[in-house]
Structure formats: C-alpha cells, structure tokens
Design a binder for this molecule. Structure first.
Ligand code: ADP
Ligand code: MN
Length: 254
C-alpha cells in the first residue's frame, strides 16, 4: 500500500537491521491507521521528510526527532489515539472556555487536545515565553521546532546534578517570570510547569503545553497554584531563596 511505503520511507527503513531499531518498534506499536495517514499527509506536504529517532515515550504521547522537506530539524509529538488518559483529557477540555464541541469519540477528542497544545504554543510565544516554535498540527500529530543541537536538549531534571546554586537562582527567576508573564499579561497558565518540562538549550525553553489553559477556565486558579507550588518547592530544595507561596499567590490573584 502507498501509505505503508511512505511511512517506511519516512522511517528510513531499507534493510532488516533497521527494522530492529527502537524507532521501528515504537512506530509499529503506536502508529495506528489514522496516525499513518496523518504522517503520510504531512510527508507529502514536505512538513516531515523523515523521522529518525525516538526522543521520548509517554503515556499520552511519543516525541520523535525528524527533519522537514527543507532539511530543518523538527520534533514531532504524536498523541496516542487510544489512551488511558481519556477521562483526564476530557475533564481538562470540558473546563476550557475556548473549546466548543467535545467529541464523544476518543480519537477525535485527542485531535482537539493536539490542536489546543498548538494554540497554547502560539499564545505563549505572543507573551514572549520561550517555547518550541509550533509549525503545523493535523489530527493527533504536532510538528514543532527541535530544541537541541545534535541531541535533544536535556530537561532541567536531567542535568540538575551539574548545576550550581547560581544556575538554580537564575532558573528560578526565569521560571517565576514565565508564570507571572503568562498569568498577568497572557491570562494564561501552563499547568504542568516543572523540572521535567523545562529544556536547557542556549536558554531555558518551556515545553509540554497540552494542559495549559486560559484564566477564564474554572480550573485555572488550581493550575496556577500547582505551578507555583511545584516551582517554589523544587527550587527551595535546591537552595534558592524562594518566594513565600501565599504571598506570591496573593500577588498574582489580587
Ligand atoms: P509528555 O511529558 O506529555 O510525554 P512532552 O511534551 O513533555 O510530553 O515531551 C516529552 C519529552 O520529549 C520532553 O521531556 C523532552 O525531552 C522531549 N521534547 C519535547 N518537545 C521537544 C522539542 N521541541 N525539542 C526537543 N525535545 C523535545
Ligand atoms: Mn512533559
């Protein structure tokens, strides 16, 4: 079939040894028919020339390293169309005033989730938050700028042992300024801001915007509290002279 050949070309599969690769195994396991068709479409449009590595496998999504038709490096986040996270995704989307009709079908709900992450990335950029530049989305596939050099940039969590007190202080200021700018200027909250969702490249980059939402969302204050608590606790443990949670919270809400 044409689509199968296209997918094999994208994965660079020519001989048997390549079929033993992790990339091939993950792709085989998680690319269902919709995903294959979506990838083939993006391939034809020159948005994804090839996928050449697995960056991350998660409950909700897998992230691949790839290259587009012009030779630019890209990161491709592919949401699972069958996820145990259905309930949570549904609840988060139902609370978001930007989201209208909620499909009953899990696959379509995941499409809405993917679209929302794309919109969140665009919105965050507007408020001068460093994020991977969103390039295109379709169905459950989100293509964005690759953050890294040869290898993907490490997460803060991965390199915390190599950092100094001053590094943590700078990163704390950065992270707190992101929370503040998003909330005050962007009417927005990330909702999962932690050492796992900050990549350290030339400068820190905030990733994973799927659960981010707007202030008007009835869950937004809870999400803001969560972000503040996680960030203050984490950097506090690293020896940073952090803000008091209640003070900071009141300052933002008041
Ligand atoms: P989730 O945590 O929901 O699985 P993330 O969006 O956090 O999804 O992505 C998972 C991992 O993939 C990240 O921790 C990071 O290591 C990597 N990653 C995500 N986006 C990019 C990107 N644009 N460039 C490089 N690596 C990325
Ligand atoms: Mn993440």
């Amino acid at each position: 079939e044409v689509i199968e050949r296209e997918i094999e070309a994208m994965l660079g599969l020519r001989d048997r040894r390549e079929k033993d690769s992790e990339l091939y195994k993950i792709a085989n396991e998680v690319f269902d028919r919709t995903t294959r068709e979506t990838l083939a479409y993006l391939h034809r449009r020159g948005k994804i020339e090839a996928l050449y590595g697995v960056i991350s496998t998660g409950k909700e999504a897998n992230v691949f390293a790839g290259v587009d038709g012009d030779g630019n490096r890209i990161a491709v986040k592919i949401y699972r169309t069958y996820t145990t996270e259905f309930r949570r995704i549904w609840e988060y989307l139902a609370a978001d005033p930007r989201v209208g009709y909620l499909p009953k079908d899990m696959r379509k709900l995941v499409f809405v989730w993917t679209r929302r992450e794309f919109k969140n990335l665009q919105r965050a950029i507007k408020y001068a938050v460093r994020v991977p530049e969103p390039i295109i989305f379709r169905n459950n596939v989100l293509v964005m700028e690759f953050v890294g050099d040869e290898l993907p940039a490490p997460r803060l969590k991965d390199v915390e042992r190599e950092l100094t007190r001053e590094d943590f202080e700078e990163l704390y200021d950065f992270t707190m300024s992101v929370i503040e700018r998003l909330w005050k200027r962007g009417d927005m909250v990330h909702g999962d801001l932690s050492e796992y969702n900050i990549l350290l490249h030339d400068a820190p980059v905030v990733i994973d915007w799927s659960q981010a939402t707007v202030k008007r969302n009835r869950m937004s204050v809870e999400l803001l509290k969560r972000d503040l608590r996680n960030v203050i606790n984490y950097f506090g443990r690293k020896g940073v002279d952090v803000d008091d949670f209640d003070d900071k919270f009141r300052e933002l809400i008041g």
